[in-house]
Design a protein around this ligand. Structure first.
Ligand SMILES: [Zn+2]
Length: 489
């Protein structure tokens, strides 16, 4: 072949495929996004004195940046994952307690990365993060691993259904193209039943199976109808079991890292470890993660390990919203989001955004899904108990103050610097009146900029009928959703 034709062919190949898609020429990083469902920031904080032993995550901490002030956009799985995937707050992506489905109004990370030349793999152990809920949209392959029986070898981390799914995905991946891998681990979600050896690793005494089955009896529906049914010591036991699950997650993250390293894939990857929301164990009179927007349910951990360990060992204290991972991931992949029509900012932008100290918001909508857990007449019979939760919540954090706005007027205000656990409600305190007004105005501006307030749901929720992600379920998904407390038992 004459030289000119070779050059012409080469140029045509570049013009038609782009540099990024030339076989063997795409050097963009793989992106691995791991969500440790339901893990509070105080359980994974990259500090050596943490009560929960997480040696494998600690190794990663030394290689990456830990973000100390990260807020999820909500306190439960569906809206938080939808924000992660769209870069939008719930008010704009619309997947909430009132409408349990991520519809097509927004493009997802998987869609954008796929169009940008990435292979996209999803692996989820949480049936709320599913094809059914719309969260799988855009993935080339989405493995719903709750359908896989873990079997007797399940306590071996490398035999976990998520790890087996990963094995298969890596075996058949296209080595000429980078990949985006999303993995959700469900272990820390209730019910809290860590296997050995993780149970003993955190408890200072033996916890027998009788205690575990008694702890299992405590669920959110019973607690909210009779708060005295769960004692302080019950909560202590539940929190200890939860810690055991965090220890188990550490081993699972370790196995996943080992698997990537075995194929030489870790060094060139962006690795993100985070959570979708936290958990209450009696905090603020709450159990699990319904009806609440306190820090115990929205403050989540975030560790980002970049290729070549850039920023290794860094701790960042600027306020971060979970939506920011959307922009951070697209920037790392060199993919431009459509018309920057989202609420996210790249955490590693060369020039930090001028509003790096911008307010951070979280939302919890009218609890139509959570109320479906109760008997249909519960709201009539137990109006005194449940009536107070019939409201929408929004929180805004700015300059160390955090306002939790409530649609029934029972607002709360906390000084996070002096009171990080939010024990002293300062709403109405004249010393903070001006700041409180500013925060209210900030939330009003947020709602106005996001398209204005939505009408409260009509009477449909009263019938307790499942909708969206919880409607027309196959029996496997329904069974696990019951187990996890998303459907009535
Ligand atoms: Zn979750």
């Amino acid at each position: 072949m004459p030289y000119a034709r070779v050059v012409l062919g080469f140029l045509l190949a570049i013009l038609t495929t782009g540099w990024g898609c030339m076989p063997g020429a795409d050097s963009r990083p793989n992106i691995v996004l791991i969500v440790l469902d339901t893990v509070r920031a105080d359980r994974m904080d990259c500090r050596s004195d943490n009560a929960v032993p997480t040696p494998r995550i600690d190794e990663l901490c030394a290689r990456g940046s830990y973000f100390e002030r990260v807020s999820s956009t909500s306190s439960w799985t569906l809206p938080a994952h939808a924000s992660l995937f769209t870069g939008l707050y719930p008010i704009r992506h619309g997947a909430t307690q009132e409408y349990t489905f991520l519809d097509e109004r927004a493009r997802t990370l998987a869609e954008l990365l796929g169009e940008g030349g990435y292979r996209t793999f999803g692996v989820s152990a949480n049936p709320v993060v599913s094809i059914q809920s719309g969260l799988a949209r855009g993935f080339d392959s989405f493995e719903e691993t709750w359908r896989v029986s873990a079997g007797p070898a399940s306590t071996r981390p490398e035999r976990h259904p998520n790890l087996l799914a990963l094995d298969e995905l890596l075996e058949y991946r296209d080595t000429r193209r980078p990949f985006f891998l999303f993995v959700n681990f469900i272990e820390a979600h209730g019910p809290n039943e860590p296997p050995e050896p993780y149970r003993s690793a955190v408890a200072r005494r033996r916890i027998d199976s009788r205690e575990i089955s008694e702890a299992r009896e405590h669920d959110a529906e019973h607690y909210y109808l009779d708060p005295a049914s769960v004692s302080e010591s019950d909560f202590t036991l539940l929190a200890t079991l939860y810690d055991g699950e965090v220890a188990q997650l550490d081993a699972l993250v370790g196995a996943l890292i080992d698997r990537l390293e075995a194929d030489g894939l870790l060094e060139d990857s962006v690795l993100i470890l985070t959570s979708d929301h936290g958990e209450n164990f009696g905090d603020h009179g709450h159990f699990r993660h319904v009806f609440s927007l306190h820090q115990s349910t929205v403050h989540v951990p975030l560790l980002v390990v970049l290729p070549d360990h850039a920023h290794a060992g860094e701790r960042r204290s600027d306020p971060v919203a979970l939506v920011d991972l959307f922009a951070t991931i697209l920037a790392a992949a060199g993919v431009v989001p459509p018309a920057s029509d989202n609420d996210a900012r790249d955490l590693f932008a060369a020039e930090p955004s001028v509003d790096a100290e911008r307010p951070v918001v979280a939302e919890y909508y009218f609890p139509a899904q959570a109320l479906s857990l109760f008997e249909p007449d519960a709201l009539v019979v137990h109006r005194d108990r449940l009536g107070r939760y019939l409201r929408r919540l929004r929180s805004i954090e700015s300059d160390g103050l955090r306002l939790i706005w409530s649609s029934d007027g029972a607002h709360e205000l906390y000084d996070l610097a002096a009171d990080p656990s939010e024990t002293r409600n300062l709403a109405g305190d004249p010393r903070f009146a001006a700041r409180e007004r500013e925060l209210h105005a900030g939330l009003e501006a947020f709602v106005a900029e996001s398209g204005g307030p939505r009408p409260l749901p009509g009477g449909a929720w009263r019938r307790g009928e499942p909708r969206g992600a919880f409607k027309d379920l196959d029996s496997e998904s329904a069974e696990l959703l019951r187990e996890l407390g998303y459907l009535p038992r």
